[in-house]
Design a protein around this ligand. Sequence first.
Ligand code: SAH
Length: 392
Amino acid sequence: MTYPTVALKLQAEELIRTGYPRVFQKQIASKKGKISPGDIVDVLDSRGAFVARGTANPYSRILVRILSYDPDESIDNDFFYGRLRAAKELRDRYAVETSYRAVFSESDRLPGLIVDRFDAYLVCQIGMMGMEVRREAIFSMLQELYAPKGIFEKSSATMRKPEHLTPRVQLIAGDCPALIPFEQNDLIFLNDVMHGQKTGFFLDQRDNREAVSRYVRKEDHVLDGFSYTGGFSLIAAKAGARVTAFDISERPLRIAQEAAARNALQDRCNFQQVDAFAKLRELEEAQAQFDMVILDPPAFAKHRGVLPNALRGYRIINRRAMNLLPEGGILVSCSCTQQVSEGMFLEMLNQAADDVKRELRLLEVRRQPFDHPVLASLPETRYLKCVIGQII
Ligand code: SAH
């Protein structure tokens, strides 16, 4: 089978050859053959030799998403089934629970496909053209591999816009309760799949939540600044803490409250609908003290241009949090902003500590768990930072 071809500019060859899986329009010197959205294309070097094969989206800045470096490999249903099976095998081998990210896009060499498993249910995000045109086939493969009770598609606007795709939120197969109950960290959580953020719950903090719970002592007072549906709040409560949790939105707090009740932890949790920025300042002025403060805010920057603002935002909340901690108190500070590197994040923490003349000792510098793997050739797949520090 012959595919349309795109030839790389000389200066782009090295990057693509060494495994960077995205080819930008501006890296292309010439094209041959008609390319429709989602088509398979061959990527050639500047002398016309085969480099890689992938799917194309003529509407996107990223023209090709690379799938294979083998000229003899056909990109057909068997190919995608093999990749999905490989992703499942990794989780089957190492996951300790049945809720996890089952497919993480390029990190599973399935660009544009995210699948989160919540026990018996799958929640999918399709974010790129190559997957969009194969969606029916992909869904039936997921059905076969996981035999879920339901598959829900939550393909939101933000990731689809650059690909010229409109959002799609719908039930694909089976049934799906409005609040999917599932287990993580030996707790029952509720996924508000339709109205929640992204796939409804942040599975990527699993190991970090478990790590954080090891620093909680009985009757500690823990502040969770951006609680969402209670991921960190509930594990802290289960470890014996009294938890005060903030969020600016009412709906996730209601769900957190309900989840707390399901785990018989409602008496230990106090959920409050407030702006954490303002409330942290108010507490700081009142000289309130906590044993632990957890900050896991939303991404502050979606592109590089607003990076300085994002870092300023992090610095403000972190210095306020440090002022709420006595000596020996624990700060858990997270960032899911991909543009903020671990180095930048640690530097910001140091500046925040300096702002308030406190010393922060880093106990753990954590990242994302194995089910959100990082591709060595694509550092952009590493996005989560979770620092556990102690005020000394
Ligand atoms: N820690 C959570 C995830 C947090 S997501 C977990 O473990 O699941 C970020 C949350 O911050 C969202 O729920 C959002 O509603 C909330 N948020 C955004 N701006 C806020 C603000 N100014 N004050 C308080 N919460 C805010």
